[in-house]
Design a protein around this ligand. Structure first.
Ligand code: SAM
Length: 254
């Protein structure tokens, strides 16, 4: 290929808007085999996901082992689990099957049509993830919250507002997970590779805050970092582990 045609091809891909549908799996293949082979993962959540019927659930394949890594400890417990984004109700069904009958599962969605899923596999409340009073009332009704999964609007401003309002309310050692963060690179979600609003800039500030003991720039994201002990980054998923920052100490032992 000549350098001129290489340049043309590069420009074509630069102009092309990347979408989730560009990554659609060829469903003539086995979803289960794909996840098992690529991520070396087997388990109930995989079976629940691939055997889903009736209510659509829409998840990226690599999320399944990540969910299991963080949520398996809550199975069979009275975990208070809040999913932002109900859509067609399939994910609430998946969480009920996975977490068990005792889990207190709530979903919130801005779309009033999602009220039809209320009371089937969990409680559904209608409102916006950007409304702090609504969020507080749902969490109060739940009696607190141990796990949050943000699969809502995926817009930069919304993700940040919800994180700042809800993370302080998560119980210690609880989990706050945000998915579909590839939108951080997409302008139609308020993101962009070089955009200041790209969510991973916030994550970078948080990383600096977690290490504030070792530099003199201070804490720049107190609404998040004062409630976060660690942050785990995956392709399109960030997991915040709830807890206060603990001043580190060290020992020399001979
Ligand atoms: C990706 S879908 C959720 C998919 C579902 N969790 C699943 O796994 O099948 C995103 C949902 O977020 C909802 N949503 C969009 N903006 C919202 C907002 N500001 N507050 C709450 N929900 C919102 C949409 O109505 C949509 O149903």
């Amino acid at each position: 290929m000549t350098s001129e045609s290489q340049k043309k091809q590069r420009n074509f891909f630069r102009r092309k808007r990347i979408r989730a549908t560009d990554f659609e799996f060829d469903q003539s293949q086995s979803i289960k085999d794909d996840i098992a082979r690529k991520y070396n993962f087997e388990g109930d959540l995989l079976d629940i996901f691939v055997n889903n019927t009736g209510m659509l659930v829409y998840k990226w394949h690599h999320y399944i082992p990540i969910y299991d890594r963080y949520f398996s400890k809550y199975r069979g417990t009275e975990v208070r689990f809040l999913e932002i984004g109900v859509s067609k109700g399939g994910s609430l069904r998946m969480w009920r099957k996975y977490l068990g009958k005792d889990a207190i599962i709530y979903g919130i969605d801005i779309d009033p049509d999602c009220a039809r899923y209320n009371g089937i596999h969990g409680e559904v409340r209608i409102g916006s993830q950007t409304d702090p009073d609504f969020l507080a009332s749902v969490i109060k009704e739940m009696g607190g919250v141990d796990v949050v999964l943000d699969d809502g609007s995926h817009k930069m401003e919304h993700i940040r507002t919800t994180l700042e309002k809800v993370l302080p309310k998560v119980t210690d050692e609880g989990i706050y997970m945000i998915e579909d963060l590839h939108t951080s690179y997409w302008p139609n979600y308020g993101g962009g590779h070089a955009s200041k609003k790209n969510f991973f800039n916030l994550v970078r500030l948080l990383i600096d805050d977690i290490h504030h003991w070792y530099h003199n720039k201070g804490i720049r994201l107190p609404k998040v970092s004062s409630h976060c002990r660690s942050v785990h980054i995956y392709d399109s998923i960030v997991v915040f582990e709830k807890g206060e920052m603990i001043r580190p100490t060290n020992s020399q032992i001979i």
